[in-house]
Design a protein around this ligand. Structure first.
Ligand code: NAD
Length: 467
């Protein structure tokens, strides 16, 4: 028995077992939560399958109204949801409030969209119309860095299009999602939205389940490859939002004092656990020393702590495995470059790592070439901007990237040469609900958000009639 139950077929149910969820700031349990068995996953899928025909036939205006009511409920419970999010994920309360508020806003955004049939021919000899039909049951799989906002990339779009859902949060951050499920359970017909929690053991079962028509997955590239392979047998659609190693290229004409705080925020927000964080910074040699000094000052001044405490700027790493992994990247930085700020954990309780700046490091180091997904930033010197773009592109990843410059024409041209799904200029990691978001190369397949994200939850149907 636990306060955090699964949502299956409109009912909150205990899991076949329970699991502890750990607060990464204290290493103490926040709560016990229900853990679903494979049989419960099958029940959730069966409920979603049974609910699909009626939901698909529900007029879109009614589905739209349901999304708006869900947004209202999220917003009305923002304080409770944000506190829970901080406790299980670690992020400062203010950031958690922003994430929950953002989730509500994404529900409202999708409620504003439509999927009208498009008449492409209406002549004496034929009528041809293109329609967008829902797919069926969607398996939505979310990671632990932004449980609420990444859920809101998927759920409202899938529902608006007329699909039903089995949603699974990450094993270390299930609580906010289960609380959300409890809050919205009566706003939809039974089975339309089902939420289960696992101990990292049901993702593969969802992926290969014969009654699921599409997997909408956010997580690591390695797991994304397994999802694609698992989906092949039942020829499921997949949308994959995967890892990134975003480069920020800083031109020599910017003011380091003004630019460093923006780069710092882009790299260390959510303690660096952001798929589109700036993860390697290429700085022109003319301002390299000044930029390194400014970034180090900001790192030294950063206030880390429990996200529930006032004044906390950065929380801990979300889980022990990630904490250990990031300490390994710091060692690589120490070996291949010079650590000029941070470089160690803070305190001896909680998964805190001081924001770490590493200079005099270059491509070929594991800290530059791989996705560290934590508060460690390598700063790399360059002399020629097009060479910096070539080095930025010499990566399997291609999620985001940014160019920082006073000369905006030059920046625009350089940006167009970056091999990534999004390139920002004089900003980084600016996600908006109406802009499609997706990765190039190993960073993913397909898009979320925007109209492009919505239509990925549909199947095209052409009605073509002779007259
Ligand atoms: P992960 O791939 O380990 O886990 C993500 C989710 O997949 C979890 O819910 C997990 O339980 C589930 N899962 C585990 N094994 C599975 C399997 N075999 N089949 C299906 N699902 C399975 O990723 P993580 O460590 O939780 O998250 C960090 C990674 O996610 C980083 O690489 C980060 O860049 C990426 N990420 C990408 C985006 C994006 O939009 N591109 C956003 C956030 C995070």
């Amino acid at each position: 028995m636990s306060d955090f139950k699964l949502l299956i077929n409109g009912h909150l149910v205990d899991g076949d077992s329970v699991m502890d969820v750990i607060n990464p700031a204290t290493e103490e349990p926040v709560a016990q939560c229900a853990r679903a068995s494979k049989a419960q996953l099958d029940q959730a899928v069966a409920a979603a399958k049974a609910a699909f025909p009626a939901w698909a036939a529900t007029p879109i205006d009614e589905r739209r109204k349901a999304l708006i009511t869900m947004a209202d409920v999220i917003q009305a419970n923002i304080a409770d949801l944000a506190r829970l999010l901080t406790q299980e994920q670690g992020k400062p309360l203010e950031a958690a409030m922003g994430e929950v508020f953002g989730a509500a806003a994404f529900f409202r955004y999708f409620a504003s969209l439509d999927l009208p049939a498009k008449v492409v021919q209406d002549t004496a000899d034929a009528k041809v119309e293109i329609r967008r039909k829902p797919l069926g049951v969607i398996g939505a799989i979310v990671p632990w860095n932004f449980p609420m906002i990444l859920m809101a990339f998927k759920v409202p779009a899938a529902l608006l299009a007329g699909n039903t859902i089995v949603l699974k949060p990450a094993a270390t951050t299930p609580l906010t999602t289960l609380r959300f499920a409890a809050l919205v359970k009566d706003l939809l017909p039974p089975g339309v939205l089902n939420v289960i929690a696992d101990a990292n053991d049901l993702g593969a079962e969802i992926t290969k389940h014969p009654d699921i028509r599409k997997i909408s997955f956010t997580g690591s590239t390695e797991t994304g490859k397994r999802v694609m392979a698992g989906a092949a047998d039942a020829l499921k659609r997949v949308t994959l939002e995967l890892g990134g190693n975003d480069a920020a290229i800083v031109m020599g004409d910017v003011d380091p004092v003004l630019t460093a705080p923006k780069i710092f925020a882009a790299a260390f927000q959510n303690s660096g656990q952001v798929c589109i964080a700036a993860k390697r910074v290429y700085v022109h040699e003319s301002i390299y020393d000044a930029m390194c000094d400014e970034l180090a000052k900001l790192a030294d001044a950063a206030v880390l702590g429990d996200g529930l405490e006032q004044g906390t700027q950065f929380g801990p790493l979300q889980n022990k495995a990630q904490f250990d992994k990031v300490l390994g990247y710091i060692e690589a930085g120490r070996r291949d470059g010079k650590v000029i700020a941070g470089g160690a954990r803070q305190g001896d309780k909680g998964y805190f790592i001081r924001p770490t700046i590493v200079r005099d490091i270059t491509d070929g180091s594991k800290l530059v070439d791989e996705e560290q997904f934590g508060p460690v930033l390598p700063v790399i010197r360059y002399s020629d901007a097009s060479d910096a773009v070539t080095r930025a592109n010499a990566s399997d990843y291609g999620l985001g990237g940014s160019i920082w410059a006073k000369d905006s024409d030059k920046a625009w041209d350089l940006a167009a040469g970056m091999e990534s799904g999004t390139v920002w200029i004089n900003k980084h990691a600016d996600l908006q609900p109406h802009l499609p978001f997706g990765g190039a190369k190993f960073s993913g397949l397909g898009s979320e958000l925007g109209e492009e994200g919505l239509v990925e939850f549909t199947q095209v149907q052409v009605l073509n009639m002779a007259r």
